[in-house]
Design a protein around this ligand. Structure first.
Ligand SMILES: Cc1cc2nc3c(=O)[nH]c(=O)nc-3n(C[C@H](O)[C@H](O)[C@H](O)COP(=O)(O)OP(=O)(O)OC[C@H]3O[C@@H](n4cnc5c(N)ncnc54)[C@H](O)[C@@H]3O)c2cc1C
Length: 440
């Protein structure tokens, strides 16, 4: 511990003699990476970005990795490659453990780091609402590892089904329940349905397509809760048209021994429960309880300063800002909010350094979209609503442009073109050597 303290002190002295302000950013998702890249243009700052992974990734397309339509590398990019041409930006691999605000120091898995300014951009983690069996047995959809584990899991069960002679067991192996009818749940169930429609008979001649059933379940009475009524109704009709059984007002209560039990007493037998039902803020040990609000999100002012501190900030999904007059209950947990907060904070840190007044954050809502299947999507843009191919095309363009910063857009476009024209992508690999979950 003494050696770690000595390293942190030496580190602090080095930066103060160079007269640079050291900004430590924990988390390199949408918020963290946009903050780091913009702030790095100001050479008065020395920036360290800490992340538990060595790559940034693009969550909106995780479900396409999970269903074998895209490669993981299409939606991921290594931090060190991002930062190659940034002389005042360093990457440190390791999970955040604790902050010591009085010492202006964070403890991470790979050592202690001191700071002048600290920014939390750690996002959220899957929320199982205290249901331990669901946590143990369901498959989440939050990380690249989750997406690959889901792909392995589904493909492995299909192989098992080809050898299974008991009809009931085979049905259980082939049934998939997706819990959570928000954009992620809609997108993953839609893509699984497309996969079964276009690929299943060709890949698995031993099996009958009628034995496959995909369920999309939600505790609420609607799908795509945050979107317009029009989008909700169109999506529900499209999902049902794809053969998905949509069960609304169905709150999952338990999942064990391959049985999903709902609060209303109904059950479904399945070896696959995909959990996209909720998120909760990642824990930030060292911050006082008074700094935390609803859902353990960190309370921040209009400049993303954490309540009670003027040198600690939080941006993106992890924070709760009620000062934006259009969003008195806080912003939606969306990529655009995190991106815009990251960029605004980069500007404000520079303004503070120059002794100028900072700019209060105001979210510029660019709308929301969800894809349901090939050629099927809905888009609610300010004052406009699109559906079908136009919405699908818009979705493709927006996501492709967003991926441009990964410099992977050509590969991604190629994979999408193959998927679009052949409806038969060839990425259905089982890439681990042992089952990730015991069969029930
Ligand atoms: C499957 C899925 C689909 C989505 N689709 C959409 C969509 O279509 N449109 C949309 O607007 N939003 C979508 N979202 C939401 C969007 O991804 C988030 O709002 C956005 O990622 C929030 O950005 P952030 O920077 O706050 O956090 P994140 O992007 O989640 O980044 C957090 C970063 O912190 C790192 N981290 C976490 N904990 C630690 C720790 N202890 N130590 C070190 N590093 C840590 C993580 O590795 C990660 O790099 C989706 C989310 C998911 C999961």
């Amino acid at each position: 511990m003494q050696a770690r303290d000595a390293a942190a002190n030496l580190d602090r002295q080095t930066y103060s003699t160079m007269n640079l302000k050291k900004v430590v950013i924990i988390g390199g998702g949408f918020g963290g990476i946009n903050l780091a890249q913009k702030l790095a243009r100001n050479k008065s700052f020395q920036i360290v970005l800490v992340d538990k992974n060595n790559y940034n990734f693009f969550p909106p397309l995780l479900y396409q990795v999970a269903t074998g339509f895209l490669e993981a590398s299409n939606i991921s990019y290594p931090f060190r490659k991002f930062f190659q041409d940034k002389s005042n930006l360093r990457f440190s691999l390791g999970g955040f453990e604790k902050v010591f605000p009085n010492e202006k120091k964070v403890v991470t898995e790979s050592g202690d780091i001191c700071y002048d300014y600290l920014v939390f951009a750690t996002g959220t983690e899957t929320n199982y609402f205290g249901m331990e069996n669901v946590r143990k047995n369901a498959v989440p959809m939050k990380t690249v590892q989750d997406a690959l584990a889901l792909r392995n899991h589904i493909l492995r069960l299909k192989e098992e089904a080809t050898r299974e002679t008991d009809v009931a067991v085979r049905k259980k192996l082939l049934s998939i329940v997706v819990a959570g009818a928000g954009p992620t749940g809609v997108e993953v169930s839609g893509m699984l349905a497309e996969m079964h429609k276009n690929i299943f008979n060709k890949d698995y001649p031993e099996l009958k397509r009628e034995e496959v059933q995909i369920y999309l379940v939600d505790a609420l009475p609607v799908v795509l809760n945050p979107m317009s009524k029009k989008s909700q109704e169109e999506t529900l009709a499209e999902l049902r048209g794809l053969g998905i059984e949509v069960l609304l007002d169905h709150a999952v209560k338990d999942y064990q021994n391959g049985i999903v039990t709902f609060a209303n007493g109904n059950t479904i037998a399945t070896e696959t429960l995909i959990w996209t039902s909720g998120v909760t803020a990642t824990p930030l040990p060292g911050l006082p309880d008074e700094a935390l609000g609803k859902g353990k999100r960190v309370l921040v002012d209009a400049y993303n300063r954490v309540k009670g501190f003027d040198d600690i900030f939080a941006i993106g999904d992890i924070c709760l800002m009620t000062a934006d007059k259009e969003f008195p209950n806080g912003h939606p947990q969306l990529a655009q909010v995190a991106i815009q907060q990251g960029r605004n904070l980069a500007d404000n840190l520079s303004l503070w350094l120059e002794g100028k007044s900072p700019t209060a954050f105001e979210y510029n809502d660019k709308g929301t979209m969800a894809i349901i299947g090939v050629n099927k999507a809905v888009a609610d843009l300010p004052g406009l609503h699109f559906k079908g191919f136009i919405a699908y095309f818009l979705w493709l363009v927006v996501h492709l442009f967003s991926l441009m910063r990964y410099r992977n857009q050509v590969k991604t476009l190629y994979n999408w073109m193959v998927a679009f024209f052949t409806r038969d992508q060839s990425l259905r690999f089982i890439l681990d050597s042992k089952p990730e979950k015991p069969a029930h």
